[in-house]
Design a binder for this molecule. Structure first.
Ligand SMILES: [Zn+2]
Length: 372
């Protein structure tokens, strides 16, 4: 008797659970069907026909192979000048940017930056604003703030200067007042603060660059220090148009990114962490797709491609083209994609109106790029 009761109970619970899971999956399918029915989609064949914008490019050469490929593939782009301690110095980067802008004003815009070499001098603010004014006169439409603020620059007493440092406020106020967007690369991927065997994607890079691997340097600010400083800076400057580079350094969590996008209405992010986006999709495609639907006005396509002097322009151009097509395939279709080392996922197949925003309209809006 007791046994029979238990058996009935088990059957009842199983049936109930089955019903709940059926209705859940029906509901999920229904959400997708509703979206699918009310929307139209691009295909892989539309790639060249649709006007697109790549908001994160670094051109380090006067060669024009990249720009010609952008023209062939119907891309406009933002060339970003960085204050980085390796490669081409920022003044040289800016010279190339101005040179290309003169020749291709309809194809590109450029983001300038500012030096923090004389940060501890009394006239740093005054000189920095003057330098920025010169750059805007020369055609710059945005300003890049790089991770050297937060991870390298120190004040007179040897403490790290974070991006919310009061010393930066007059410069950020000046940019906000003049409606100049800031591209902020603040901190690094979360991987940077983890041991190599706990990293998701960056093992190769940090094993060959231990000097940048923050897990090995606990005396440096933590990951949370970087994110908190950035958030606090945005709190202090609510009118600043801000694009968080690399998914705002919150590449590991769509939930954490959503919190910031809700909290800071003038914040958008570029999508230059494709592997993370693919991993989110592999783990939960519906959730990732819902994220893109909800924040479709705040996400901007970009690749963070560096263009150096080439020895083989044909393979360079092919490489650029193939990378852009592969990303288009992920966003536009639901085809199977392999994420190396993780598994198989399907593309997000976002509706045309969302693709138009993340691939063009959002960039043009934030940069005030009015070219045809
Ligand atoms: Zn970059």
């Amino acid at each position: 008797m007791n046994y029979l009761f238990q058996l009935k109970y088990i059957i009842l619970v199983s049936v109930l659970l089955l019903c709940i899971s059926c209705s859940k999956s029906r509901k999920n399918n229904r959400v997708e069907e509703v979206i699918d029915k009310s929307a139209t989609y691009y295909s892989i064949e539309d790639f060249k026909l649709i006007k697109k914008f790549d908001i994160h490019i670094h051109i380090n050469t006067d060669e024009t192979h990249f720009i010609n490929q952008a023209k062939d593939d119907n891309f406009q782009f933002l060339d970003i000048v960085d204050d980085r301690p390796f490669g081409l110095p920022m003044d040289e980067q800016q010279k190339f940017a101005i040179h290309h802008l003169e020749n291709f004003p309809d194809r590109m815009a450029f983001a300038t930056t500012f030096s923090v070499k004389n940060w501890n001098n009394d006239d740093w603010v005054e000189n920095t604003i003057l330098d920025l004014k010169h750059s805007f006169r020369d055609g710059a439409t945005a300003v890049k703030i790089w991770k050297n603020i937060g991870m390298d620059l120190r004040n007179e007493t040897g403490e790290f200067v974070m991006v919310n440092d009061p010393g930066l406020d007059p410069v950020l106020d000046f940019l906000a007042k003049n409606n100049i967007p800031v591209i902020g690369h603040n901190g690094e991927p979360k991987d940077c603060w983890l041991p190599l065997d706990k990293m998701t994607f960056s093992k190769g890079y940090y094993s060959s660059h231990p000097e940048y691997h923050m897990y090995l340097h606990p005396e440096y600010p933590s990951y949370n220090d970087q994110i908190n400083a950035r958030d606090n800076m945005l709190q202090k400057h609510p009118d600043l148009k801000f694009v968080g580079a690399h998914l705002g350094s919150l590449e590991w969590s769509l939930d954490e990114l959503a919190i910031r996008l809700d909290q800071f209405p003038n914040m958008s992010v570029d999508l230059t962490r494709m592997s993370n986006l693919k991993l989110h999709t592999l783990n939960n495609r519906q959730k990732t797709r819902d994220f893109f639907m909800k924040y479709q006005d705040r996400l901007i396509y970009g690749t963070d491609r560096a263009i150096n002097v080439s020895t083989d322009s044909i393979s360079l151009k092919k490489n650029i083209h193939d990378g852009w097509v592969s990303d288009w395939n992920f966003f536009v279709t639901n085809e199977k994609i392999i994420l190396k080392g993780f598994g198989e996922l399907r593309g997000l197949k976002l509706p045309q109106k969302v693709i138009d925003k993340i691939y063009y309209q959002n960039a043009v809006t934030v940069l005030g790029f009015s070219h045809k």
